[in-house]
Design a protein around this ligand. Structure first.
Ligand SMILES: Nc1ncnc2c1ncn2[C@@H]1O[C@H](COP(=O)(O)OP(=O)(O)OP(=O)(O)O)[C@@H](O)[C@H]1O
Ligand SMILES: [Mg+2]
Length: 411
């Protein structure tokens, strides 16, 4: 044990006991020494609060907050210590001797991560340390990643969304369609994987408030070496309902990945999930063709303006000149005029006729709540459930799921 106030000398202090007098907890001293050697210090209650603000506290992984019945008068101070520790991502292991359940409950409610009774049962402290360390590792790596079973063979349906001009609502559609599909069936919801292939400006992570992580880049840059486990680690679970492959942390050139990479990633995703949703970049890239070929449905998002009309024409021509399967395209008119807007409706009709396309899906303008929902990082079903845009996307998801279920039954 080091002297009263932690002195970072050679190796940093990774933990501190915090108590009225640590000598009352000699078993704790022994177990701390066993687990951490010299790399810990001990602090009094008031000292702890002062120490948190100092640079040396940066290396702290956890505090072992030790108390007995005498300290129950000081619950407010202890609550403050827990709050301050949590604010700095320092974990709290509560060590308590003869403390009433009510006090314990209150301290755990305030955020203590672990509770170990004193006298310490054998190995309990070191196991609690392992658990707080594992939790921290998971927090830093960005939360939940799924464990995928390597023997799965789902052959999921691939649904792609591609905005034919910037800002046409492609990502909004991809994210919310993924969520609506994942929540189609309360008990036995289909499994859904949402993949952001807009490697540069991908905003799926923003719309679902997920961190962008290095592992995504690692996985994409070596798809040959990718297996079920590596793929699983590059995914993040969103609200226990769906898995998401966000865009990588850094902005990457779109040709960083090849058609072979895309094929491997899509095959892997299809193997594990009933639905694989893809958000494409607006730009056509060398692997666009691969995605189109793999797609079961390919939604092309447009709006009612000249820019989208011209882009659609060029997009269609590009596909036709390469003999690509244009029949997979389903045009989605975003911010479509209302049912009652007859002039708007006839403009859509004229646009469809002049481009020789059929516009099958009409998404209404949902106003400000849409952008607010996106900014809050939750699907519309959770932020604006009654919004007309959400209703339309939910309808679309239901019809896709019904079709897919019928196909599966027929097969
Ligand atoms: N039907 C709608 N009603 C209201 N707001 C919408 C609608 N569709 C999209 N938005 C808003 O428009 C903005 C752009 O949408 P989104 O990011 O989905 O488009 P995108 O086509 O993916 O854009 P990018 O070209 O940047 O990838 C967002 O702020 C979104 O909330
Ligand atoms: Mg987008």
């Amino acid at each position: 044990m080091s002297s009263t106030m932690p002195q970072p000398e050679t190796s940093p202090i990774v933990a501190c006991t915090v108590s009225r007098d640590v000598q009352n907890f000699d078993l704790l001293i022994e177990d701390m020494e066993l687990a951490l050697g010299e790399n810990w210090g001990d602090l009094g209650f008031a000292e702890a609060l002062a120490f948190f603000g100092q640079p040396e506290a940066k290396s702290l992984e956890f505090i072992a907050l030790a108390m007995d019945e005498t300290d129950e008068e000081n619950l407010v101070l202890m609550g403050e210590i827990i709050a301050q520790a949590k604010a700095r991502n320092i974990k709290v292991i509560l060590i308590a001797e003869d403390v009433t359940p009510a006090s314990l409950h209150s301290l755990l409610r305030q955020g203590a991560d672990e509770f170990v009774p004193y006298p310490l049962p054998e190995n309990e402290l070191s196991e609690a340390i392992d658990r707080v360390r594992a939790a921290e590792k998971q927090r830093v790596s960005g939360g939940n990643t799924p464990r995928l079973q390597s023997d799965e063979q789902k052959e999921g349906a691939v649904i792609v969304v591609h905005g034919l001009a910037g800002g046409t609502g492609a990502t909004t559609l991809a994210v919310n369609l993924a969520w609506e599909l994942a929540t189609q069936d309360k008990e036995n919801g289909p499994s859904v994987c949402l993949i952001d292939l807009d490697l540069q400006y991908g905003s799926v992570a923003t719309y679902l408030d997920l961190p962008r992580r290095e592992v995504v880049f690692d996985m994409l840059s070596d798809t040959e070496g990718m297996d079920d486990e590596i793929f699983g680690q590059s995914l993040l679970t969103f609200q226990d309902k769906m898995q998401v492959l966000t865009a990588p942390t850094e902005m990457l050139p779109l040709d960083l990945i090849s058609s072979e990479d895309i094929t491997r990633v899509l095959d892997m995703a299809r193997k594990h999930f009933d639905y694989v949703l893809i958000d494409m970049p607006s730009t056509l890239v060398s692997w666009s063709e691969t995605v189109l070929n793999a797609a079961h449905v390919y939604f092309a998002a447009i709006e009612l303006d000249m820019r989208c009309a011209q882009n659609t024409l060029r997009f269609k021509r590009a596909l036709q000149s390469e003999d690509l399967p244009v029949e997979k395209l389903r045009y989605v008119m975003n911010r479509a005029p209302k049912f009652t807007d007859l002039a708007g409706k006839s403009r859509i009709k004229r646009m469809a006729e002049s481009l020789s396309i059929s516009i099958d899906v009409h998404m209404p303008d949902g106003g400000k709540p849409i952008t607010q929902g996106c900014d809050h990082g939750v699907p519309l079903a959770l932020s604006a459930a009654k919004n007309p845009l959400r209703r339309e996307i939910a309808k679309l998801a239901a019809s896709i799921h019904e079709l897919n279920s019928n196909d599966a039954q027929a097969a």
